[in-house]
Design a protein around this ligand. Sequence first.
Ligand SMILES: Cc1cc2nc3c(=O)[nH]c(=O)nc-3n(C[C@H](O)[C@H](O)[C@H](O)COP(=O)(O)OP(=O)(O)OC[C@H]3O[C@@H](n4cnc5c(N)ncnc54)[C@H](O)[C@@H]3O)c2cc1C
Length: 459
Amino acid sequence: MKPFSYFTRSDDVLSSNGASFDVLVVGGGIIGSGVANALSQSGVRVILVDRSDFGSGTSSKSSKLIHGGLRYLAQGRMKLTRNLLKERNYLLQHSEVVRKETFDILVGRGQFGKTSIRAGLMLYRLLGGGRPSRFIENKGEYPVDVKGYFSYTDCVTDDAYLTVMNVVSAHENNAVCLNYVSFQRLEKVEGGIKVQLMDVITGTEFEVQAKMIINCAGAWILKVAPGKGVNPETTRLSKGVHLIYPRAIYPRKNSVAFKSPVDGRQMFVIPRDKVVIVGTTDTFTDSPDDLKVSPEEKDYVKKSCSFVSDSFSKANPMVEYAGIRTLYGTGTSPGKLSRDFKIIEDGISITVIGGKVTDYRRVAYKVAKLVSSKIHIGKVSHDIPRLDYPGLPWHNNIETAINFECAMTSSDIMERRLGTYFFDPERLDETTKEILEFLEKNNVKIENGFFHVQREKED
Ligand SMILES: Cc1cc2nc3c(=O)[nH]c(=O)nc-3n(C[C@H](O)[C@H](O)[C@H](O)COP(=O)(O)OP(=O)(O)OC[C@H]3O[C@@H](n4cnc5c(N)ncnc54)[C@H](O)[C@@H]3O)c2cc1C
């Protein structure tokens, strides 16, 4: 394992200044990190930058499902569901951070229809495998309007850590991966581009050259050198809100898929070890930074989920979060826009619009193929991106987060390496204390909130 830390980052920023790469990837969410991983595994010289921490955008704010999307099947998007199920099955087999979860889908008045769900689940199983689902009568575990439910299997993950695992894997394959480095502007030059980047920690600008730029800035793509064909008319933003409650208020084991009694939209209640995650909303927004959960949004999620259990309206959530989906297409309802991704190419730039966490490998492979046709990198293997870093999911390892996963702040550790913030928020204070103890013992200083490199003085 190569060291990948606040220390190596500082060296990498210095040595990147004035350096030439094949490809610059902007945005270290699941899509950008998957792309950087795939390209580095194909022998491409890659630099990946994120202006904040890896995975700190939408890729830590999802419902954390790895799924085919029964809802997409109901919309007639069979090809998308088939692709997603294929990816789900691959990730389940190849990643420690993806595991099976049983979902009850509710049937009854105001809920799903028995015949359509039976048929939908049969098709879901045909496309993705798994055990047949049986109808189980409601014996009081759900409200009286619910006749019963079908149980089926899908998967859950830690989206942020899956992102970090791809970044570490890319780093292992010699990609330069820099968090807290922001794309500023680019200039076309002979043979490619000259790009100004900024080290957000020191405020220093530096310059790199590359043959191509891949814009994976998610909801922010329009702000990062969008190529021709990338415009606000077809790049739509949709906000989704989740609430996290203590597990104790919801003792049932299975996750639940149901229709909101408020407006009939599909919602989820997802128990995850020590917490239960509920959501979500799907509303157009004009701003990628519209990340505050409004009282109305919170109220809507609470009201919707209290259909499944009264406790959600009575208890206070421990955590609330919002994320922004980037959807390609036009239309008046975000729920009707496809969740499939779109890759737009414009000379030296490639932009990725959308792309589910579940689908990141398919995006990365397609982008790598496109890059290979442009800068002749040789054959792109079918199995990229692989995870060349197994990670330590659901383990409390502060040392690994700092020395091998490039955490730069305590929040980087708790939100995107250990998952404390999302999966065990009651331990936040205790974990903060443990981090501070570790830092003190290892003589790591904090400056302006970031882990700080203290270099030996030169003569
Ligand atoms: C509410 C909700 C629920 C969802 N649930 C699921 C689910 O259950 N399963 C699933 O598969 N998918 C789900 N999705 C979809 C999925 O989360 C997203 O499609 C995916 O995370 C997008 O990843 P990304 O890498 O494109 O974007 P992001 O993760 O947002 O990454 C973009 C990155 O670009 C960086 N950036 C921006 N500007 C700059 C700049 N100037 N310089 C450098 N870096 C920059 C940002 O800091 C950010 O980290 C959900 C989405 C939402 C909103």
